[in-house]
Design a binder for this molecule. Structure first.
Ligand code: TRP
Length: 344
């Protein structure tokens, strides 16, 4: 059976969305709409693997949805919804809890990092998180998943789960007329290091919503003044910009700002340096302020407008959930037959 090429990706509704999420993920999601059927999910069930203030969780869910829409994701042609409205994610995740091996999860570096020394005290959900992520993807039998480098290992686990399911249930898959394999092995679409956006305060750290300093990141909802101030205050070094990319090698802060400019302007670092190389940092920063305000200002404005209309946002999520569920329910029926669950 030829499966239609389908993209799935998820974003957690925890904290502010920033320039790193925009350049690293959301602009990629927007571009993929041209060539795939896309499903973009606000993964609220993943969010609660770490406790969330309930009203902040609802707000963040609507805000991520608003960002998707403001950046140009089309919720009519594609699907935008929040995870918890489609119960099949949790249902398939349980089956996957029984397919994935303890040893596989024990190797997940993100869990080790997040749990740290407090391993005995983190939620069971945080540990089983990659199984839910596999269910997110495979309940739609998605073939392509745009993810950052940090999620690559989780995606490999999804492939392992798909493969083990296909093998463990091979006979039953065949007996029920589902062909040779049931789940596709989802391919990552990795967003390269070119769009890794670093902190404005420390060029060796990723821009992050959990950084204590708000000056370290540009939030998608920052207004023009805030954007300008953060860029002007961004850490740099005392040297002029080089004219060649090689000259950025030992200058992470300069490299980051040049990379941000290139990504926002859809060009290369080399191109940016051919224009600004040899000049003062302040001249380059002024140009970056203008560019960032021009690109991000309208997005932030639209997000704020949308967030003030929760009835509209919720209607988008309800509609997306219904259409997502229609697909997910078909997969779950088949999974129940394959596993041997008696069903209606
Ligand atoms: N784990 C992802 C992150 O933290 C979010 C996510 C959940 C996801 N389910 C997914 C990403 C499925 C891609 C596909 O970024």
């Amino acid at each position: 059976m030829a499966l239609k090429q389908r993209v799935f990706s998820g974003v957690q509704p925890t904290g502010n969305l920033h320039l790193g999420n925009y350049l690293g993920a959301i602009t990629k999601f927007v571009a993929l709409q041209e060539s795939y059927d896309c499903i973009y999910c606000v993964v609220d069930m993943h969010a609660i693997t770490v406790w969330q203030e309930p009203h902040e969780l609802s707000h963040a869910t609507r805000e991520v949805t608003a960002a998707f829409l403001a950046c140009g994701i089309d919720p009519k042609k594609h699907i935008v919804f929040n995870q918890s409205q489609v119960a099949e994610h949790a249902e398939l995740a349980w089956v996957f809890n029984c397919v994935a091996r303890l040893g596989w999860l024990n190797r997940m570096t993100q869990f080790k990092e997040k749990a740290g020394k407090d391993r005995e005290n983190v939620s069971v959900g945080l540990y089983a998180y990659p199984n839910l992520m596999a269910a997110d993807i495979l309940v739609y039998r998605a073939t392509h998943v745009p993810v950052g480098e940090d999620q690559k290992q989780h995606l490999e686990l999804s492939r392992d789960i798909a493969q083990k399911f296909n093998i463990d249930y091979a006979a039953s898959i065949n007996n029920h007329g589902y062909g040779e394999t049931f789940f596709p092995l989802p391919e990552p679409i990795i967003q390269g290091p070119a769009t890794r956006v670093m902190s404005l305060r420390d060029g060796s750290k990723k821009m992050s919503k959990s950084d204590a300093s708000d000056q370290s990141r540009i939030n998608l909802t920052d207004d023009a003044d805030a954007i300008a101030l953060k860029i002007r205050r961004a850490k740099t070094d005392p040297h002029a910009l080089p004219s060649e990319e090689k000259g950025l090698e030992t200058r992470p802060e300069a490299e980051n700002l040049v990379g941000i400019y290139a990504a926002l302007n859809d060009t290369t670092k080399a191109q940016v340096l051919s224009e600004f190389g040899g000049g003062q940092f302040s001249t380059f920063k002024s140009a970056l302020v203008d560019l960032a305000v021009a690109k991000l200002g309208p997005i932030g404005g639209e997000m704020k407008r949308l967030v003030q209309d929760p009835v509209y946002i919720d209607s988008i999520l309800a509609d997306g959930s219904q259409r997502a569920q229609a697909i997910a329910a078909e997969t779950m029926k088949a999974v129940k037959d394959i596993v041997g669950f008696v069903r209606r």
